[in-house]
Design a protein around this ligand. Sequence first.
Ligand SMILES: [Zn+2]
Length: 113
Amino acid sequence: MHEMSLAEGIVQILESEAQKQQFTRVKEVCLEVGDLAGVELDALEFSFDVVTRQTLAEGCSLAIESVPGSAYCFDCAVEVPLARRGQPCPKCAGYSLQVVGGTQMRVKSLEVE
Ligand SMILES: [Zn+2]
């Protein structure tokens, strides 16, 4: 389950931020997750609960904002919305698409003390 390693990556980010910014507790983490990032949100929430035990983020809440996917259509020469990979262009129904947005996962903000 790759959500477990994603959750571990988040905890590493939190720990290095804690050193830089001198905080000791994380109360809330706000994550941005792209619709095309291939992340199962339920699995990520579960993994996050598990990996934050005994860490500075134990018991902290996880807020997830999803970011819509988008792709560039070479036939239409415009950027179009894309709900998931493998779907055709919503304008021309073609498949000359390159995914350009909604693939990332990042920590957007933290509430700390
Ligand atoms: Zn198109």
